[in-house]
Ligand binder design. Structure first.
Ligand SMILES: C[S@@+](CC[C@H](N)C(=O)[O-])C[C@H]1O[C@@H](n2cnc3c(N)ncnc32)[C@H](O)[C@@H]1O
Length: 244
């Protein structure tokens, strides 16, 4: 399963859970037992996934879709398009290769200012800023800095402009953005993106600038520090070396 490209494992897992549910029902099993067994299969398949947001999506897919279909029996067929449209807006095709929305927990960046001091007015970027949870934590830690975010999803970018009016938000692709003007880039993406993040940072960030990653280490690069956080989160702090 981990060999398959995301979101194929999620689609397969949901399909298998639905397949089991329908097979058990047609074999005469009552709905509750069939549901429990199919949801358990979804949960077991979820544990094949990393990181945790993927586990959550795989485990929740079958029960949620069953709930929606049970509740929508007397809705017109096109009503199904509304959640699909919202999902497509919040999680557009281009972000499938990166991470979907999963927020930075409150106080996750505590302790960062001592490790990575920044001058007032420094420019900090949250690359893939979602609904602004990372932006808010950065602002809490660096109240005088200029906090900026870039977000690919049109829906999330519009919402974060309203939620964080003090931040400068761009709607666009973080890979296409120039990171050169920033003294710190913060990312909360996915393990597979980290090599690309590091290559981009080495190319564009000035020596001495900071790269901070929530949960995902950059393999083979020595972090200046890593901070253990509640609920098995971990913050990785990197300082950009002098250019070769
Ligand atoms: C795990 S969430 C993190 C959200 C936010 N940084 C936080 O910590 O609360 C990742 C976000 O990156 C966005 N994203 C994924 N790929 C992107 C890309 N290529 N360019 C810009 N944003 C992207 C997703 O839409 C999602 O909102």
């Amino acid at each position: 399963m981990p060999l398959l490209r995301w979101p194929v494992p999620a689609l397969l897992s949901w399909g298998l859970a639905w397949g089991l549910f329908l097979a058990l029902r047609s074999a005469g099993l009552e709905a509750l037992s069939a549901f429990v067994m199919a949801a358990a299969l979804g949960l077991a398949l979820a544990f094949l996934q990393l990181p945790r947001w993927r586990r959550l999506m795989v485990a929740a897919g079958f029960p949620l879709s069953l709930l929606i279909s049970a509740r929508s029996l007397d809705l017109p067929a096109w009503a199904w398009l509304i959640p699909l449209l919202l999902l497509a807006l919040a999680y557009p095709r281009r972000s499938w290769g990166d991470a979907p929305l999963f927020p930075t927990p409150k106080n996750a960046l505590q302790g960062l200012a001592e490790l990575a001091p920044l001058p007032p007015q420094a420019r900090i970027l949250d690359a893939g800023c979602g609904l602004g949870h990372g932006l808010r934590e950065l602002r809490r830690i660096y109240p005088q800095a200029s906090i900026e975010g870039i977000e690919w999803s049109l829906l999330l970018a519009g919402a974060v402009r309203l939620l964080c009016p003090w931040a400068r938000i761009r709607r666009g692709d973080m890979w296409a953005q120039d990171w050169q003007p920033f003294q710190m880039v913060y990312v909360f993406q996915r393990p597979e993106s980290m090599e690309r993040v590091w290559a981009k940072a080495c190319q564009q960030l000035a020596p001495g600038a900071w790269l901070v990653s929530l949960d995902f280490e950059i393999q083979g690069q020595g972090a200046l520090a890593s901070i253990d956080l509640p609920r098995a989160h971990r913050l990785w702090v990197y300082r950009m070396p002098a250019r070769a």
